[in-house]
Design a protein around this ligand. Structure first.
Ligand code: G3P
Ligand code: CA
Length: 392
């Protein structure tokens, strides 16, 4: 249902992922292997107590929407399992606002795909068709609900066709607020005796600002309230809209990351402000240098690291890892998933779309490019892959 960023559609989404432009191609095998090998020992770093991003193991394993390969995404069930499985950071959460201004954890404002709202007859008349970042979307939207109303809903599995087992947990968990996440982070840190990191993402900030629901100030206020607004706070903030990250840079001192979608895509804030640049412009050395003036990292789609051909097979790595590191930026690309449809074609095994492919082979290939971490729906798989990688 997402507009700019979702990559969870079965089939690998190759049609939505444009190959990187010639400007950033060309490093080929020269990139493969070297930076990854050099940084592999960093995985033995650990802890995270007050040491900032540099204290995290590298490559860092980030639980995407929690452990969404095993539980309905953006629930405390998913977040907690990610920690149980050993994720270094939990993506808690993708943030959208309610009508009364609370930040809640959903991947997009439309909640028909991830909750039981359609079963609530009292909300039948809230169904709308809206233009979300230029895309017509029909369903139920968080901005039309109060927090109290949203709390009567329960989360459901987003992709039951691929993850039928996860539907076992449909109806079990409510939608978390970000304030609850901040308290949960403290509680889990105490309970586990280890600093828990989170990686919230501001979703559709321009869309919400136009509705009078600016999200950056709300996020900054909550971070300050809980003393998590500092450079070394265990909270990394991400957004697909560079101007949103620039806004956050003025409000808090947390590490910040600019998300990057397909090379030919254009961040929605750029569309609204008339900035003609596309992602291909942002991943040039000049574009990266500018990002480094207000952010510490980028979160590119994996296809910007290694583009795929028309058959969905990996081609040669781009120079993005090298160029971003030269600009002083770390890279946390998205998203690794175990199931066949989400893997590069050469790592798929058999025809069953629910079956796991050779995800360890895919991890090995991506880690070898020198990325600093990766978002994955399956943190346990990511951790084993990292172990293989650092010991190879
Ligand atoms: O936040 C990194 C990654 O999550 C971006 O993709 O669509 O899952 O939010 P998305
Ligand atoms: Ca996200």
């Amino acid at each position: 249902m997402g507009t700019q960023d979702s990559d969870e559609q079965a089939g690998g989404g190759t049609g939505r992922r444009a190959l990187l432009g010639a400007a950033v191609l060309g490093a080929g095998g020269a990139v493969l292997g070297l930076p990854g090998t050099a940084r592999a020992t960093d995985a033995r770093r650990g802890g995270g107590h007050g040491g900032g991003v540099k204290s995290l193991p590298v490559p860092t394993v980030i639980g995407h929407r929690g452990a969404s390969g095993y539980r309905p995404e953006h629930t405390f069930g998913s977040y907690e399992l990610a920690l149980d499985l050993g994720a270094d950071i939990v993506e808690a959460g993708d943030l959208v606002p309610t009508r009364d201004g609370h930040l809640v954890c959903r991947h997009e404002p439309e909640i028909g795909g991830t909750t039981d709202v359609a079963d609530h007859r009292e909300f039948a008349d809230r169904r709308r068709t809206k233009s979300l970042d230029g895309v017509s979307v029909t369903g139920w939207f968080t901005e039309d609900f109060t927090l109290a109303e949203l709390k009567t809903l329960r989360a459901t599995e987003r992709i039951p066709a691929n993850r039928p087992h996860n539907t076992l947990y449909d109806g079990r968990w409510e939608i978390p607020t970000f304030e609850e996440v901040l308290r949960w982070q403290n509680e889990q840190t105490r309970r586990r005796g280890k600093q828990v990191w989170i990686y919230p993402e501001l979703k559709h900030p321009t869309y919400f600002r136009k509705l009078g629901l600016g999200t950056e100030e709300r996020l900054a206020r909550l971070l300050r309230k809980y003393g998590k607004h500092r450079k070394n706070s265990p909270v990394i903030i991400q957004s697909f809209e560079p101007t949103s990250i620039q806004r956050m840079n003025k409000l808090v001192d947390n590490p910040l990351a600019v998300l990057l979608s397909g090379a030919n895509s254009r961040p929605w804030d750029f569309v609204e402000t008339g900035d003609p640049r596309t992602t291909a412009d942002l991943v040039t050395p000049e574009g990266l240098k500018e990002i480094a003036s207000y952010a510490q990292g980028i979160g590119p789609t994996l296809d910007l690291i290694i583009p795929k051909d028309s058959a969905g097979r990996l081609t040669e790595p781009t120079t993005l890892v090298r160029d971003a590191h030269r600009a002083g930026l770390i890279l946390h690309p998205y998203t690794m998933r175990n199931e066949n449809p989400f893997l590069p074609a050469e790592f798929r095994k058999g025809d069953d779309p629910d079956a796991y492919g050779d995800v360890f082979g895919a991890f090995r290939t991506y880690f070898a490019t020198g990325i600093d971490g990766v978002f994955t729906d399956n943190p346990d798989t990511g951790l084993l892959a990292r172990e293989d990688f650092v010991n190879s």
